[in-house]
Design a protein around this ligand. Structure first.
Ligand code: ZN
Length: 403
């Protein structure tokens, strides 16, 4: 007891809530209940892990009601990147198909799309390793080879590369936020290249002609464009990943990026755009709805944004009901992505998505993590109807991928 009391007394400047341990001050201990908690120095926010005392039903959803296609995963990366730009065709693979299939079979995941399948030899290796070795369980998308951006005739060359990638087995094209936020006139230096730069027009058109979708990530959460200060709702996330901030410097605003994206979608009406992360603007479903109304060639996925959707459950539920034919299930799952719990490929990640979509549960974690990684809030389920669920889980993806 002495130690405990000393701890509290000595601690005018250091005592934190954690001094109570997990159980808190025990009843029957000689410490007076009214003992002031010395907290001249406040608990660092990184140490704060409040446990909800709310007693409401908790539904465990180990398997989804219908089989799932995860349209948004990352199973491979380029072996060499600079300033956010993949420069090597060669891929590093984040997991073996066997390791992935174990979770897939357990969680009723029929198929997974590896969006970052790369290009050239890297793409062929990805298709070989996943798509061909396990038909209908994995689908690879290709990516632009920005390393060739300075070559003469790049626009036509890039379009031809998409045709070749399609012949090699690619089922779509993936655009990372690289375009708009990283790619520069001299690839890694110079002025930023705009999302609607005309040099990419042949590439977008080619996808339309081949009938393969473009999965496009433009901009990022709007908080990433705000100062990293005490008003930023994603302060901890940005503090952990300062390179995710696009505040200041020569970065365009979120609105400018989305407008440029919209011009691309308008100019290429025969190309299908799967606009990732809830149309790149999960914080503003009004904006996403307007875009969906405006662009018949646009669909969205929900990857890494159930944190956003689940904190506006009534708006989200209406959004799902209205656009039930145009919302695809995706997670952004990354094997061994421990640094980003909201994307960590594991059983629990999928259980959280299923719980969000299928139940009316209240106030639960949106990521497998003790501290909500994207912002300090919890989410509410939206209990979708069976018919809607089926579309979101797989039917909309089947149509887009032509399965
Ligand atoms: Zn992603």
């Amino acid at each position: 007891m002495n130690t405990r009391r000393q701890l509290f007394q000595a601690a005018a400047s250091t005592v934190s809530l954690t001094a109570f341990g997990a159980a808190g001050p025990r009843a029957g201990s000689s410490m007076p209940l009214s003992a002031p908690v010395a907290n001249d120095s406040p608990l660092p926010i990184t140490s704060y892990e409040p446990k909800s005392m709310l007693r409401v039903p908790e539904t465990h959803v180990p398997r989804p009601r219908y089989p799932v296609i995860d349209i948004h995963t990352h199973l491979s990366w380029s072996t060499h990147s600079e300033n956010g730009i993949e420069l090597a065709a060669e891929r590093q693979f984040l997991a073996s198909p066997e390791e992935l299939l174990e979770v897939m079979d357990g969680k009723n995941i029929r198929a997974m799309v590896n969006l970052t399948g790369g290009y050239d030899d890297g793409l062929r290796a990805s298709v070989q390793r996943f798509d061909r070795a396990h038909p209908n369980r994995f689908f690879s998308f290709t990516e632009p080879s920005y390393a060739r951006f300075l070559e003469a005739d790049y626009p036509r060359l890039q379009a031809h590369e998409i045709e070749q990638a399609h012949r090699d087995g690619a089922r779509g094209l993936k655009i990372l936020k690289t375009l708009g936020l990283c790619l520069r006139e001299n690839i890694t230096s110079g002025a930023l290249v705009k999302v609607d730069d005309r040099r990419f027009d042949p590439m977008w058109d080619t996808c339309g002609q081949l009938g393969i979708p473009v999965a496009i990530h433009v901009s990022d959460p709007i908080a990433f464009f705000q100062p990293i200060d005490r008003f930023n709702e994603r302060y901890e996330e940005l503090h952990n990943h300062p390179d995710w901030s696009f505040y200041g410097r020569d970065f365009p605003s979120n609105a400018e990026l989305l407008e440029a994206r919209n011009r691309v979608i308008t100019r290429h009406p025969k190309t299908q755009f799967l606009v990732l992360h809830v149309g790149n603007f999960a914080e503003d479903l009004g904006n996403v709805s307007e875009c969906l109304d405006r662009f018949p060639n646009m669909t969205v996925d929900i990857a890494a944004r159930i944190g956003e959707l689940g904190r506006q459950p009534r708006t989200a539920r209406k959004f799902f009901d209205k656009y039930q034919d145009r919302i695809l299930f995706g997670t952004d799952a990354t094997p061994h992505g421990d640094e980003f719990p909201q994307q960590l490929y594991c059983d629990r990640l999928y259980e959280i998505y299923y719980r969000f979509l299928e139940t009316d549960d209240e106030y639960f974690d949106y990521a497998p993590s003790n501290i909500p990684p994207q912002g300090r809030w919890r989410i509410y389920g939206i209990g979708l109807a069976d018919t809607v669920l089926k579309k979101v889980y797989s039917e909309n993806a089947e149509r887009l991928l032509k399965l």
